[in-house]
Design a protein around this ligand. Structure first.
Ligand SMILES: [Zn+2]
Ligand SMILES: [Zn+2]
Length: 320
């Protein structure tokens, strides 16, 4: 029980860097004042390059968050953090050969941990494209001016709004990727055929039963449509400061990874009660494809009638 409770600590650990640096304004004692901006700055009208400190801390926040999240997952996978339950029940005992395809069932898909870690950390879509976006938009002054300000700590209202908007826009883009081809076929009476799904999202859906390390395994087009487009729009809609941006970025990247885990997380029953996305919710999407298009919040699916509750879906186990 204590081990299961300790797992919850991964959430504050995910935002450890902005949390620590803003506590008692610690960052003011660590970095000289001329290294950062205290107020929002319009870099374009001033004609100066922005300081790379906020950018470096932002990337550092996600790296620190990923480190703790991976530590949690590896410890849990090894059995150090309480008993494990597969997200998707196999139906075959461990000793019998699984009658289903290997990719269909968590308990029948053994893999080497170092291979999993390497696969996760070497994803060009997840890290190179995202890194390019973060560096490019920051250094060329393309972020709204509030993002360059270190004034104030983490504004949790802004963080929640960023997460909600990001996931809401991502929900729309996700549905579009799945349904655009059929929509075009229907509207044009089968005269025009498109292949958006195949070119974008299909590579990520080759995993019927994903593992945590498959989270960012997809295609560049998928990353652009489902992650970068929502990020660009969310930044324009919420005028956050650098600390809120950091907390949002790390929570978003790590939560997105955690919902691909092949094991139930100890917080899942609370998340489900609050309408927040869990690994079982996302596994339903990977397997059945027509439900649960939201990732972090299931409100979008509940509103659009595409929500399937893993607790009442055979094959999925929602217990801890
Ligand atoms: Zn996925
Ligand atoms: Zn999908």
């Amino acid at each position: 029980m204590a081990q299961q409770a300790a797992c919850w600590l991964v959430w504050p650990a995910i935002v450890a860097l902005p949390l620590v640096l803003t506590t008692s304004e610690l960052y003011k004692g660590v970095f000289p004042e001329q290294w950062y901006d205290t107020q929002p700055r319009d870099i374009w009208s001033e004609g100066v390059w922005p300081s790379p400190l906020g950018l470096s801390l932002g990337i550092g926040a996600v790296v620190v968050g990923q480190f703790f999240m991976l530590m949690y997952f590896c410890a849990r996978r090894a059995g150090y953090l309480g008993s494990l339950t597969s997200v998707q029940k196999c139906g075959a005992s461990e000793t019998r050969k699984c009658p289903m395809a290997d990719s269909f069932c968590a308990s029948c898909r053994p893999y080497n941990l170092s291979e999993g870690l390497l696969t996760h950390l070497a994803q060009p879509e997840g890290f190179v494209m995202l890194g390019g976006y973060l560096i490019g938009t920051w250094m060329f002054g393309l972020m709204p001016k509030s993002y360059y300000s270190f004034e104030g700590g983490i504004n949790w209202k802004h963080v929640v709004m960023q997460l909600l908007l990001q996931d809401g826009i991502q929900f729309g883009m996700h549905m579009l990727e799945h349904r655009f081809d059929t929509m075009v076929k229907t509207v044009t009476n089968d005269k025009v055929r498109t292949e958006l799904y195949k070119a974008s999202h299909k590579p990520h859906h080759r995993f019927y039963n994903p593992r945590l390390f498959d989270a960012f395994n997809g295609s560049p087009t998928d990353t652009f449509l489902m992650i970068l487009v929502p990020l660009i729009l969310t930044a324009r809609l919420v005028n956050a400061n650098v600390w809120s941006y950091m907390a949002f970025g790390s929570l978003y990247a790590n939560w997105l990874t955690l919902i691909h885990a092949e094991y139930v997380h100890p917080w899942d029953f609370v998340f489900r009660a609050l309408g927040l996305g869990t690994a079982a919710d996302h596994h339903i999407h990977h397997k059945l494809q027509k439900y649960n298009f939201g990732h972090l919040f299931m409100y979008w699916d509940k509103l659009s009638g595409t929500y399937k509750n893993p607790a009442i879906c055979p094959m999925f186990n929602s217990g801890v």
